[in-house]
Design a protein around this ligand. Structure first.
Ligand code: SF4
Ligand code: SF4
Length: 410
């Protein structure tokens, strides 16, 4: 494992803008072998959520009674401080519904662990916005999946567009600079990229766009929502034109195969699962990546044994993921150096081999495989509240698909 002596170019992973500049070189080589501490640690604090987005990667809705207590969360923060984890991405569920949310944010920043939290905007009222504007170590990411209420609310639920925009207005009015607007790119909003950018510019915010992965409830809607092949090209061209001013994390490196001579897009051009990326879920389970919530990618639980540090540095799963991976069927592809076979989680949850092409392979190999025989893994966790989750743009095929009480007249 490698110790990184300076902070990496984490801005493209959605980190706070206070991150010092990049030390250039073959950082990717260091990343492949893993680091002493993750640079992109996502921590989902709760499964509770006021919304029920159709593509929720953690299948959130109801709180899990086993969720970590305040004291357990503080012990994790102490450990992150000892490991010199500079910042943590807090999410959920909707993390701000935890009664101890602000206490934990303050505890983290008081212990040199910066916080970026993702929210649907529920609790970002004028008072909270002022409090956030007064902190140098807290960054806010507002989720929005349509540049119009019609497109957004079809995926995130009625009223969610207005709620997000109100939060952005409150942040702007409070003088909070450089909030993030986080967009999951779908076939219904890919044509709105310019509008998203204009929206972000209007709020003095930065646009972050991410890939729709077939994880959690996303597996149920991926076929209907993931961008079509011609839209993948449209997205690539847009990123080439605007990518230096938007954040993308590791979302679109599979699209780098569109480029001439293996040209890469900005961002992390590597699957960082278990190498530089991982997830702590609300009950303390540690997974290789926020999009790989499945027992196959479970490395341990922070409440047992040597805690998070032991899992990160020595777990069998993460040690394996840091070994050179087989390119399999992609090894003969001329674009492999740029694309690296794409996203492990996207392959896994669509039932494709991990050492083969990404389901959205720009050479079309993924589509061929998707049309063939495959076995989809079963999701091992679902925290939905039992409400019927259906894309609102899709007409109901049967009454009971829309309403579980259809046919029962009180
Ligand atoms: S599995 Fe996919 S989403 Fe997870 S780190 Fe790898 S490329 Fe990123
Ligand atoms: S065949 Fe594999 S390496 Fe080539 S573009 Fe497709 S996913 Fe990427």
């Amino acid at each position: 494992m490698t110790t990184l002596e300076t902070r990496p170019a984490t801005e493209d992973l959605g980190m706070p803008s206070t991150t010092p500049p990049l030390k250039v070189g073959r950082l990717v080589d260091q990343f492949e072998r893993g680091l002493d501490a993750p640079i992109c640690l996502t921590w989902e604090l709760t499964y509770a959520c006021n919304l029920a987005c159709v593509h929720c990667l953690s299948s959130s809705g109801k709180r899990d009674p086993r969720e970590l207590s305040t004291e357990q969360c503080k012990a994790i923060i102490d450990e992150l401080q000892r490991m010199q984890v500079f910042y943590v991405n807090i999410g959920g569920g909707e993390p701000t519904v935890r009664p101890d949310f602000w206490e934990l944010v303050d505890y983290a920043t008081d212990h040199q662990v910066g916080v970026k939290f993702s929210t649907n905007g529920l609790r970002i009222d004028e008072q909270v916005a002022q409090r956030l504007a007064a902190s140098d170590y807290v960054d806010v990411q507002i989720s929005l999946d349509g540049a119009t209420a019609e497109v957004n609310d079809a995926v995130r639920g009625p009223g969610s567009f207005d709620m997000a925009v109100r939060a952005l207005e409150n942040l702007k009015n409070a003088g909070f600079t450089d909030a993030k607007i986080s967009v999951v790119v779908t076939r219904h909003n890919v044509s709105q990229l310019d509008e998203f950018k204009a929206l972000a510019d209007g709020f003095g915010a930065t646009l972050r766009i991410t890939r729709l992965r077939p994880s959690g409830r996303g597996a149920d809607v991926w076929d209907d929502l993931h961008p079509l092949p011609e839209q993948q090209r449209e997205l690539y061209d847009w990123l080439v034109a605007h990518g230096d001013r938007v954040l993308t994390g590791d979302s679109f490196f599979h699209l780098s195969a569109f480029g001439e001579a293996g040209g890469s897009l900005p961002g992390l051009n590597l699957c960082g699962a278990g190498r530089v990326v991982c997830l702590i879920d609300p009950v303390g389970d540690v997974y290789a990546c926020p999009f790989a919530i499945h027992e196959n990618f479970l490395a341990g639980n922070v409440t047992t044994g040597g805690g998070f540090q032991e899992i990160w540095q020595n777990s069998e799963l993460f040690t394996d993921l840091r070994e050179p991976q087989s390119a399999g069927a992609c090894s003969s592809c001329a674009h492999f150096d740029a694309c690296r076979g794409g996203c492990m989680a996207a392959k896994f949850f669509t039932g494709l081999p991990l050492d083969g092409p990404d389901p959205e392979c720009v050479q079309g190999y993924g589509e061929e495989l998707l049309a063939g025989e495959r076995t989809m893994p079963t999701a091992n966790k679902d925290h939905s509240r039992g409400v019927p989750l259906t894309l609102m743009t899709r007409p109901p095929s049967r009454d009971c698909d829309e309403n579980p009480l259809a046919g029962f007249t009180p």
